[in-house]
Design a protein around this ligand. Structure first.
Ligand code: AP5
Length: 216
């Protein structure tokens, strides 16, 4: 099962992709995570990407297409994948389509998670993650069971993303509406777009995604 999650920043793509990875045994391919790893290790790519990400803009298509092409090549794709954060532009979507066709693969579903922009700001500015294992949390919606201790690995250090400040979030939302939202009609025309309401709790949104995938 090959899936794409689409939606503006903070809509819950990463959160739901983690569930999909666990419950459906698909590989989560998050371009945001890959770029943050490149920034953390100080590679040339990381240096280029860091400035762009801090401005809330999109990294050039050629870089992103190359990054995904390398991951889809790897053998861990056997049970399928869920793409979180890719494609984000029409040229990226075209490149993905060609890449998959060349391997006799296809996308089964593109799932749009729909949330109003106002609610997204609260979700993004309250987000933090474990510095040890990367597990994601939220000050209000998803606190660790014991305050200050990661549920998954027991670490006590947490981090926040550089691009999770209100000014950058506004730029990221603008980029989404201008450059990524055109992918909704693009995939609707191909007959594979599904929209789930992203309002409500993480569990409620997960229930809607599960109900949808039951129909695959
Ligand atoms: P990326 O890392 O992909 O960020 P994003 O798309 O802006 O999405 P987020 O990770 O912010 O949000 P999310 O939808 O995953 O929400 P989450 O589950 O964390 O990209 C970062 C940057 O990298 C881009 O700006 C760009 O520069 C670059 N980039 C990446 N891919 C690129 C590409 N293909 N092309 C060009 N550039 C690219 O949830 C948010 C918070 O809300 C969490 O704390 C969570 O716990 C909480 N939450 C989730 N669901 C709910 C719920 N239902 N109710 C309450 N809280 C919830």
């Amino acid at each position: 099962m090959n899936l794409v999650l689409l939606g503006p920043p903070g809509t819950g793509k990463g959160t739901q992709a983690q569930r999909l990875e666990k419950c459906y045994d698909v590989v989560k391919l998050s371009t945001g995570d890959m770029l943050r790893a490149a920034v953390a290790c100080g590679s040339e790519l990381g240096k280029t990407a860091q400035k762009i990400m801090e401005a809330g803009a999109l990294v050039p298509d050629a870089i992103m297409v190359d990054m995904i092409a390398q991951r889809i090549e790897t053998p861990d794709r056997s049970n399928g994948f869920v793409l979180d954060g890719f494609p984000r532009t029409t040229p990226q979507a075209d490149a993905l389509g060609k890449m998959l066709a060349a391997k006799d693969m296809k996308l089964d579903r593109v799932i749009e998670i729909k949330v109003d922009d106002a609610a997204l700001i609260e979700r993004i500015t309250g987000r933090f993650s474990c510095a040890g294992c990367g597990a994601g949390y939220h000050e209000k919606f998803r606190r660790p069971k014991v305050d200050g201790v990661c549920d998954s690995c027991g670490a006590t250090e947490f981090t926040r993303r550089q691009d999770d400040n209100p000014e950058t979030v506004r730029a990221r939302l603008k980029a989404y509406h201008r450059q990524t939202a055109p992918l909704l009609p693009y995939y609707r025309e191909k007959g594979i777009l599904e929209t789930v309401d992203g309002a409500g709790s993480i569990e409620e949104v997960w229930g809607r995604i599960e109900a949808l995938l039951g129909r695959v």
